[in-house]
Design a protein around this ligand. Structure first.
Ligand SMILES: [Zn+2]
Length: 70
């Protein structure tokens, strides 16, 4: 009955698919034709990257595929 989400808690995000805690990882954000390495929370399971809202709605209009791990 109790919602799992805690409003205001921003420290640890969980992957909606895997229910795993996201870990910071260097990912490539494609913006205006260039790719920038950015540290973002990434799921170690499926590779999903959590894009902060301001990043998704603001500066980064286009988020392309992530850079593969080297
Ligand atoms: Zn996942």
């Amino acid at each position: 009955m109790t919602p799992l989400e805690k409003p205001g808690e921003t420290a640890a995000k969980l992957c909606l698919k895997c229910n795993l805690p996201l870990a910071m990882a260097k990912v490539g954000i494609s913006y205006l034709g260039n790719t920038f390495p950015v540290d973002l929370p990434k799921c170690p399971g499926c590779g999903l990257v959590y894009i902060p809202e301001d990043l998704a709605l603001g500066k980064m209009a286009e988020v392309e595929k992530l850079l593969e791990d080297k």
